[in-house]
Ligand binder design. Structure first.
Ligand SMILES: C[S@@+](CC[C@H](N)C(=O)[O-])C[C@H]1O[C@@H](n2cnc3c(N)ncnc32)[C@H](O)[C@@H]1O
Ligand SMILES: [Zn+2]
Ligand SMILES: [Zn+2]
Ligand SMILES: [Zn+2]
Length: 663
């Protein structure tokens, strides 16, 4: 189940995917963990999986809640939850997406925004159909980044080939443009020589113009490293408008070269942005140095708003401003969250996925900010059969998410075929608590905290039944650096409404990650993790359990987790492997050979149990898994490292040894 869900997490649990969070775990795994812990020991998890439950007598804490997967799953099972994250973006997204919503009010609020800005935002994307001459609407604008040529000083294009977008529906086909005259058209074989139908130039679209790291000047033929061309840049590179994909009511979808009118209309957007610059509701925050941000800073990006072009900035400013006028607070906040989602699909760091797909590749296709050589701009409001626009996201993310929350659906597998199984009687409906007392009394079921979980004074000793969490995996994801992108906008949009957004940047000084660029090493990671585990132990009732997932391709990080468990007085009672999520991270350690497995650890306070749970040997586990997934060496190593962590927590708990002695 996890393997299939990992590829389509947003389809399986749409309510959680109203907004981006990085390295989200698979929901079915957390439903499994929660059931495993909360069911009486003799009941089978898979029998219980497709039924509604009432665990309203249970309180679960997630001290690293991130996108809120644990919270969502426990709420569905009827439990009461407390989630905490030091990141205000995570806090905002969980607070908004896990609570009950009134869809009728939400629709009315959306309509108010549409009435006020749909027209003006859409006007910036009007064009003329090259086929029939009637008015048409731009769905996408393909751009190409430019750098000054080191030899002739003219602007050199950075596109790698003459293929603008591959056609996913017709293998080998694609949208290409002529290097001589710029004419775009669709060909069946991008790898074959083509004659331009306009200027008769002959070329093979898929041929590389340059190496990946280099540019090839289209004026003088000079080739040079891009990094040399932009060395010392104080402003981001410029862009050339390359091709428009338009929708014409008479002719359908067309690809056409931008005309003087199109360039003129874009220039007017730019002039409008400069004229109203001081009044635009856009972030003015600086991009701080960091592991993920240094690359874009080298390209001359110094402020978050520079990731967007002026047309996007004026449109986003209008959108956030209109949402601010909504009176109903829950709708206003949910739509603000959705506008933040819109950022991810409407910046000049977005690229093209290909024809016949959702078209827009969002900013975080990798856990990094990679300046796109060939950005794709979407129609910000959204137009017939386009993706990425606010109106489309409203339907796809919010309405679909709300529908699922009212009637969650799981998948049952027979072999590899999945059947949808609604769970009658179940709902995802958080009733927000003001304080922990509301959770204790059962008046509310959802408390969302925004602070470092090293210290949770709101939660009295021994009040929580289970801690279920997914801590950061050492150096795998730099949450704060990445989230600053959204934070800058949310802070501008929410202003004084939420004191959580008062600071200029996300305060990551206590973030449990190993980030050398921000001066925090592996020992810091282990220490913060240990303190959070110790605080979790304080909150846990006696007999409670801490369950968490872990994944890392290196070795050192496993030792750090072991140190954190020993320091906080936990021993590993049992563990098992599950299929991991599939997002592409860019970790510091062990870049390649990333395995497919996450390990689920279930831990008890040392002294409360006296033996591990008997489980399969590593060989048996490996054999069983290999029947279903193609295991790589890293997967077997993950099993061995998990077993080592388990053994060491026991030996170190009884001997007081440190890691090297125990090893
Ligand atoms: C791996 S993510 C959790 C992902 C989550 N399970 C999901 O599926 O969305 C870990 C989270 O820990 C948070 N975090 C890191 N250090 C923290 C600390 N000291 N206190 C609270 N949260 C912290 C990060 O901001 C991040 O959101
Ligand atoms: Zn037409
Ligand atoms: Zn041509
Ligand atoms: Zn040149």
């Amino acid at each position: 189940m996890a393997r299939v869900e990992a590829h389509r997490k947003n389809i399986y649990r749409p309510a959680y995917y109203v907004h981006k969070w990085w390295a989200r775990r698979v929901g079915s795994v957390f439903r499994g963990i929660a059931l495993d812990l909360m069911l009486p020991p003799d009941e089978d998890v898979m029998d219980a999986y497709y039924k509604a439950h009432d665990f309203s007598d249970k309180i679960v804490l997630d001290p690293f809640m991130g996108g809120g997967t644990t919270l969502g799953e426990v709420l569905r099972l009827g439990g009461r939850v407390v989630g905490c994250d030091l990141n205000p973006v995570a806090w905002y997204l969980v607070s908004q997406s896990m609570r009950e919503a009134n869809v009728a009010t939400l629709l009315a609020s959306y309509q108010q925004v549409a009435d006020s800005v749909a027209q003006s935002i859409s006007d910036a994307y009007r064009t003329t159909c090259g086929g029939c001459g009637n008015e048409a609407t731009t769905q996408y604008v393909a751009w190409v980044k430019q750098v000054p040529c080191g030899k002739c000083s003219q602007l050199a294009d950075l596109h790698l080939t003459q293929v603008i977008m591959a056609d996913m529906a017709h293998k080998g086909g694609g949208l290409v443009d002529c290097g001589s005259c710029g004419h775009p058209w669709w060909v069946t074989a991008v790898g074959d020589a083509q004659d331009c139908p306009v200027c008769a130039a002959t070329f093979t679209p898929a041929d590389r113009r340059s190496r990946n790291t280099h540019y090839h000047c289209n004026h003088c033929g000079h080739a040079e490293r891009i990094l040399d061309a932009i060395a010392g840049a104080t402003a981001p590179p410029s862009h050339r408008m390359r091709c428009l994909t338009v929708w014409c009511d008479a002719c359908g979808k067309r690809h056409q070269q931008p005309t003087a009118d199109d360039l003129g209309s874009y220039e007017r957007s730019c002039a409008d942005a400069s004229a109203r610059w001081g009044h635009l509701l856009i972030p003015r925050t600086e991009i701080l140095p960091g592991h993920n941000t240094d690359q874009m800073r080298r390209y001359g990006y110094t402020h978050w708003h520079q990731m967007f072009n002026p047309r996007q900035l004026t449109g986003l400013s209008a959108l956030f401003t209109a949402i601010r006028q909504i009176e109903d607070q829950p709708s206003r906040e949910l739509l603000t969250l959705l506008a933040s989602t819109t950022l991810e699909l409407n910046s000049m760091f977005c690229g093209a996925k290909g024809l016949g797909t959702g078209a827009i590749r969002h900013v975080f296709a990798h856990h990094a900010f990679i300046p796109a050589k060939e950005p794709l701009e979407a129609n910000l409001w959204g137009v017939h059969r386009s993706s990425g626009g606010f109106s489309t996201l409203f339907k796809e993310r919010l309405l679909r998410g709300r529908a699922w929350a009212e009637q969650p659906v799981e998948r049952r597998f027979t072999g590899s075929t999945a059947v949808k199984v609604p769970i009658p009687g179940e709902r995802l409906a958080g009733r927000p608590a003001k304080e922990f007392q509301d959770i204790l009394s059962g008046e509310a079921n959802l408390l969302v905290l925004n602070q470092s979980s090293e210290d949770l004074p709101q939660i009295p000793d021994s009040t929580v039944d289970f801690v279920i969490t997914d801590p950061p995996y050492a150096d795998s994801v730099m949450y704060s650096e990445l989230s600053d992108f959204f934070y800058a906008w949310l802070r501008t949009a929410l202003g004084a409404e939420h004191p959580n957004f008062a600071a200029e940047h996300v305060d990551d000084s206590r973030e449990a990650v190993h980030n050398d660029a921000r001066g925090r090493d592996g020992a810091f990671y282990a220490a913060v993790l240990g303190t959070v585990f110790a605080e979790s132990a304080r909150c846990l009732k006696s007999g409670g359990r801490l369950a968490f997932t872990f994944h890392h391709s290196g070795e050192v990080a496993w030792g750090q987790v072991e140190d954190a468990l020993v320091a906080s007085g936990f021993v590993v009672e049992r563990w098992w492997p599950v299929f991991a999520e599939m997002e592409s991270a860019v970790p510091l350690q062990g870049k390649k050979n990333n395995g497919h497995l996450d390990i689920v650890f279930v831990c008890a306070k040392a002294g409360e149990i006296d033996t591990v749970v008997k489980q399969d040997s590593i060989e048996q586990m490996g054999q069983r898994l290999a029947e279903r997934v193609r295991l790589v060496a890293a997967d077997y190593r993950a099993l061995i490292k998990a077993a080592a962590v388990q053994t060491s927590t026991w030996s170190r708990a009884s001997s007081g040894q440190d890691r090297s002695e125990a090893a």
